[in-house]
Design a protein around this ligand. Structure first.
Ligand code: PMP
Length: 432
């Protein structure tokens, strides 16, 4: 077997032998050796409640998913140049969850690859190059996706905004320029037109608008009602296509809906998926319309060595089965509502909680120094994460000011888990 090394040895080897730009969670990093359901276990068998994993969606190491992967690995794993049942069954099952216009599936190995391929589709379809993105968004780690990710290109080590990219303000009703809940969606949506005009002024026409259906790196922000309808209308009038990045938030996490964009009452032209799709196994997907897919037929083959292989498809099918059979979308709705309600009750007692928001089991709690001035309190958010870790609850922070507690547990998260979390958070906040 693999030698079992101490924390210090692993740290040393990471430093010597691994990509030096990797980061670690926590002041004292954890060594995690096993996972089950919402729990992660360290090398001494201590259990930690995982509240920040939207990848192991139906629970860590779900036996159904593990078994599906094992059985298919023992039988066949090859590329898509042979006929196989798994991939067509998956395409049928996946498209059945989407509006009928979204009927053509491309399978990849990550969210980045899905968003990258989607850019090629959008450009082939529109014969244009420009892309509008939402500020602070993250869409992937490839060169073309870093260019579409203000979170990266405006951050440390970033190279700034590329000429073909337009950026619109986040539709943030807590901290942004429009805060009137009923009007803000439209007001933010109207910002698309000047961004599109700005690109056109520099000779770039619009290929696509990329928007996460709930903003992750932006700070766990739910889009205000009316935002995507307004934004999509401007994008389509300019000849562009509308992409919903569901890499973080798809597959039932949003609770009320299987896809988070559905809460906005729109139908995107392209939807991209990743993270939860394979419960940790590397899969990504792009789903689009027949017309956009047809524009991609140029004579150049699209071949992706691993994308859509029988093992990945078996795993992805098992994930869909588990979500349906265990009614996990409904669980996300019910437990998410309970959790958000509990956080709002804590907000009454702890003035440092400035805002609680989200959908289903995708929740943010924004910490502030002064609730009236809404001054971001990053040190406190960091301290809460460390103090919760000491109580064996794993959380993280997010947002432009890194002051938002990021809550996105596997969607098997139960009401009892939520109660335990709320009690511990109450304790931690009271101790400050
Ligand atoms: N889009 C969004 C919204 C994401 O959160 C991420 C990953 N954090 C990606 C795309 C990229 O996915 P991956 O890391 O699988 O390449």
């Amino acid at each position: 077997g693999v030698p079992q090394r101490s924390h210090a040895e692993i740290l040393q080897l990471r430093k010597q032998r691994l990509n030096p730009a990797l980061s670690l969670s926590y002041q004292e990093p954890l060594k995690i050796t096993r996972g089950e359901g919402v729990w992660l276990y360290d090398e001494q068998g201590r259990a930690y409640m995982d509240m920040v994993n939207n990848v192991c969606h139906v629970g860590h190491c779900h036996p159904r998913v593990v078994e599906a992967g094992q059985a298919q690995m023992a039988r066949l794993n090859t590329n898509t140049r042979y006929l196989h049942d798994n991939i067509v069954e998956y395409a049928l099952r996946l498209t059945a969850t989407l509006p009928s216009s979204l009927s053509v599936v491309f399978l990849t190995n990550s969210g980045t690859e899905a968003n990258d391929l989607a850019l090629r589709l959008a450009r082939a379809h529109t014969k244009a190059r420009g892309v509008v993105v939402v500020d602070h968004a993250y869409h992937g780690h490839s060169p073309s996706m870093v260019e579409l990710s203000p979170y990266k290109f405006n951050g440390k080590g970033g190279e700034g905004q590329a000429a073909h990219v337009g950026v619109v303000e986040m539709p943030d009703v807590y901290r942004g320029m429009f805060r009137d809940g009923s009007a803000a969606g439209q007001e933010y949506g109207r910002l698309l037109q000047p961004a599109i005009d700005g690109l056109r002024g520099q000779g770039t026409t619009l290929a696509a608008f990329y928007c996460e259906s709930l903003l992750g790196c932006g700070g766990q922000i739910a889009l205000p009602d009316g935002y995507l309808p307004e934004a999509y209308a401007a994008v389509r009038a300019a000849g562009g296509v509308c992409l919903a990045d569901e890499v973080q938030v798809g597959f039932g996490r949003a609770g009320e809906h299987f896809w988070a964009f559905e809460a906005q009452g729109v139908v995107p032209d392209i939807v991209t998926m990743g993270k939860p799709i394979g419960n940790g196994h590397p899969i990504g997907a792009v789903v689009t319309t027949p017309a956009i897919a047809a524009s991609f037929v140029t004579g150049m083959e699209y071949f992706n060595t691993f994308g859509g292989n029988p093992v990945s498809c078996a795993i992805a099918l098992a994930v869909l089965d588990v979500i349906a059979e265990e009614q996990l979308q409904e669980n996300a709705r019910r437990v998410g509502a309970f959790l958000m309600d509990g956080l709002r009750q804590l907000q009454q007692r702890h003035a440092c909680i400035g805002d609680v928001r989200g959908r289903g089991l995708f929740i943010g709690a924004e910490l502030v120094r002064d609730p009236a001035a809404r001054t971001p309190d990053q040190p406190r958010a960091k301290a809460v994460v460390e103090a919760m870790k000491a109580r064996h609850v794993l959380l993280s922070t997010e947002g432009p000011d890194d002051n938002v507690l990021k809550i996105k547990p596997p969607i098997v998260f139960s009401r009892a888990n939520a109660e335990e979390f709320l009690d511990k958070l109450d304790e931690v906040l009271a101790a400050f």
